[in-house]
Design a protein around this ligand. Structure first.
Ligand SMILES: [Zn+2]
Length: 218
């Protein structure tokens, strides 16, 4: 069995290799044995070492290792919201950033259900109002959203997802980036969304959140 630190180092390399971490920015965390292991501030996701990992409590109290990223509060917010999830990935992946600069599609999802995979692997992903990176109020804004979600776009900033395993969180981050790309490619065109009954069935079967009656913003 590998350690949480080894898992994080491998995860950083995988995210960097997927090309969704411009300038090796972004951060990844794991919840293990009631501690949060997170990539430290200013670290390069593609070249992590043991010294780059911060260990904090679920309340954010420093335990050991590197200085945690200023985006720690966002990760803690996701663990608080999604009990049972053990990994969070936050990225400034370009299509997610671009989609985060648009008005959201609905009050519960920044982007529409265009492909089954987005519904199956991520589910509705709301737009969290803009706050400057590191502002503790950003996490408060995220937690103030009343509906369920495993992924979100942070306005004019990027994406964040959580899942029950680290592999699933990375898959979700890749899928959310792809869903944002497809949203942007089809934006402004007479596009066809997935039928609402199929979205509901997919979300139910894959255990992802999707509100059927969310008010459309645009
Ligand atoms: Zn960020």
């Amino acid at each position: 069995m590998t350690s949480p630190i080894d898992d994080l180092i491998a995860a950083g390399a995988r995210v960097a290799a997927a090309g969704i971490s411009p300038g090796s920015s972004g951060n990844v965390s794991i919840l293990a044995d009631d501690l949060v292991y997170m990539t430290g501030t200013g670290t390069d996701l593609g070249r992590l070492s043991e010294d780059d990992i911060a260990v904090v409590t679920r309340e954010g109290t420093f335990v050991r290792g590197a200085k945690p990223s200023k985006e720690l509060a966002l990760h803690l917010a996701f663990y608080e919201k999604n009990v049972g999830h053990t990994a969070v990935v936050h990225l400034h992946s370009p299509f997610a950033v671009a989609a985060s600069c648009l008005e959201p599609w609905s009050e519960t999802s920044a982007i529409p259900p265009l492909t089954p995979y987005f519904v199956m692997r991520v589910g509705q992903s709301p737009l969290v109002p803009f706050r400057v990176p590191g502002d503790p109020d950003l996490a408060a804004q995220l937690l103030a959203l009343p509906h369920a979600f495993h992924g979100a776009l942070l306005a004019n900033h990027g994406q964040i997802v959580s899942a029950t395993t680290l592999d699933a969180a990375i898959e979700a981050a890749i899928e959310l980036e792809e869903a944002c790309r497809i949203t942007l490619l089809t934006d402004g065109k007479p596009r066809r969304l997935l039928p609402a009954e199929d979205v509901a069935a997919l979300a139910a079967r894959w255990g992802t959140p999707w509100a059927e009656s969310a008010a459309l913003v645009r």
